[in-house]
Ligand binder design. Structure first.
Ligand SMILES: [Zn+2]
Ligand SMILES: [Zn+2]
Length: 230
């Protein structure tokens, strides 16, 4: 499947983005104006908050409490974090003023524009595979199925604990945090297959371990518990 790929003017609020970064993701030769996220139009109509979450999680670094100047930029685009310190300084972001832990967190979330776009498509596909998910319109179904295969509600499971995810959990929130979060099997790799959705509790438990490391850690705990008769 070939995409149009024409440049889409950068929105005024994307202040760190190069002018020619954003691309059209409609199929080549399409009618009408170019669009960056055509496969999210349906979700925007039926579940706008989920649509916004997909775009945010696919393209932005997570927004810990970094709102003050000295704590660093909040929810910056992942591709901006691929620039080196000198390039960032030219954009007005002084990494040397941030605490090392925050720099590490921001750098860990870095990803190319293309990987972010591919992740957005894959996350949208996973949304429609959740139990009780809205049924995609024909355009959206064809777009996503051509990339990832058939969409069947009830097939998307938590990336970490493997139990089924329910679309309704997007609207469940405790202390203002959603019950479903975006997670990564390998925390530094933001690509389809490696990115997915997970329960908030599972995501917290995984922390910055890779999934194999996490399972080994759990297996070790269960093994020791068995030997201690606990
Ligand atoms: Zn186009
Ligand atoms: Zn889980």
């Amino acid at each position: 499947m070939n995409f149009c790929g024409k440049t889409i003017p950068t929105r005024a609020n994307a202040k760190y983005d190069p002018e020619d970064l954003h691309r059209c993701h409609l199929h080549s030769g399409h009618a009408g104006r170019c669009q960056e996220y055509p496969y999210l139009d349906h979700l925007a109509g039926v579940a706008p908050k989920v649509k916004n979450k997909v775009v945010r999680d696919a393209t932005k670094t997570t927004g810990a409490a970094w709102k003050s100047d000295d704590a660093g930029p909040n929810r910056i685009s992942r591709w901006v974090m691929m620039l080196d310190d000198e390039e960032l300084l030219a954009l007005g972001i002084d990494m040397s003023k941030l605490k090392p832990g925050i720099v590490a967190k921001l750098r860990e979330k870095s990803a190319s524009y293309d990987d972010c776009m591919a992740s957005a498509k894959y996350l949208t596909y996973l949304v429609y595979g959740m139990a009780n998910a809205p049924i995609p319109d024909q355009y959206t179904r064809q777009y996503l199925e051509a990339l990832f295969g058939p969409i069947n509600a009830g097939t998307t499971s938590c990336l970490i604990c493997k139990s089924q995810l329910d679309f309704a959990d997007f609207s469940e929130a405790r202390r203002g945090r959603a019950e479903i979060e975006t997670a990564h099997a390998q925390p530094r790799l933001h690509t389809p297959g490696n990115v997915g959705f997970a329960h908030r509790d599972c995501n917290i438990a995984q922390g910055d371990k890779t999934l194999p490391e996490f399972y080994e850690w759990i297996a070790g705990i269960l093994e020791r518990r068995r030997h201690s008769g606990g």
